[in-house]
Design a binder for this molecule. Structure first.
Ligand code: ADP
Ligand code: CDP
Length: 220
């Protein structure tokens, strides 16, 4: 089981997807779970900063329907990213999402022989027993450039300064929250992708993972 954590637009999702393909593992983007909770609160007319509304939305996510919910393209916008980081500070929300993540890691769907999970607290809280942990970073400017390009490619009109500001705010909220803050696990491999392309990041990750013997479905 491989755990990948890091801040927004560091490249952790791209790396996790490509690693999963390479290893024949299932992939779970755990940020989508928090985004789904944020989206559900907004669609219900609520405020993502309201802990009770966020907790109710997290508890309403059921394992059978979750894969369909996670495929909703509406999850990908920056407004939903901000909502996700607000619901993510609520301990009861995190608690409600824990079992789904651990179950995915221990019993990967589709008969996969392992799992790659990416998020903020995979190596520290969700799967502290992971066989390999990576913490992917990049400068906030490089990450804002990447997110800007991604949003513009999807036809969304945004300016660099606003994306940079959003990213700084989310970094601060994610790193400073009391429960499961964004930070590298003590035994994580630090991978700074500021000057690496996606292929180079994948190569560096494969070298690290190859140095670990025997990947299994260890998680908690
Ligand atoms: N090493 C890299 N160098 C440059 N761009 C990258 C790299 N890895 C990913 N990207 C691009 O940056 C954007 C954010 O990557 P993503 O994997 O979604 O980040 P995260 O999951 O950390 O938010 C995407 O458009 C992706 O194609
Ligand atoms: N394991 C996780 C994953 C995401 N999150 C929260 O969910 C938000 C959205 O995560 P994401 O991974 O989809 O965001 P990006 O990195 O794709 O921008 C983050 O800013 C975190 O606040 C979390 O708290 N724990």
């Amino acid at each position: 089981m491989v755990a990948i954590d890091g801040p927004a637009a560091s490249g952790k999702g791209t790396l996790a997807r490509r690693l999963a393909d390479r290893l024949g593992f299932a992939h779970l983007d755990t940020g989508s779970l928090y985004r789904a909770v944020g989206l559900a609160v907004i669609r219900g007319g609520g405020d993502p900063g309201d802990a009770a509304a966020a907790t109710a939305a997290a508890r309403a996510l059921h394992p059978e329907t979750t894969p369909r919910v996670l495929a909703d393209p509406a999850l990908r916008g920056d407004e939903i990213a901000a909502a996700a980081s607000k619901v993510a500070v609520v301990p009861a929300v995190r608690e409600a999402l824990l079992a789904f993540q651990r179950d995915f890691a221990s019993n990967p769907p589709g008969g996969a022989r392992g799992a790659v999970l990416d998020g903020r607290d995979i190596g520290t809280i969700v799967c502290p027993g992971a066989d390999a942990k990576l913490f992917v970073t990049a400068s906030v400017e490089a990450r804002a450039e990447r997110r800007l390009k991604e949003l513009r490619d999807r036809g969304i009109t945004v300016i660099y300064a606003a994306v940079l500001e959003d990213m700084r705010e989310r970094d601060a909220r994610d790193s400073q929250r009391a429960v499961a803050p964004l930070k590298p696990a003590a035994d994580a491999f630090l991978l700074d992708t500021s000057s690496l392309n996606a292929d180079q990041a994948l190569d560096a990750a494969i070298s690290f993972i190859s140095s670990k013997t025997g990947l299994s479905d260890h998680c908690a």
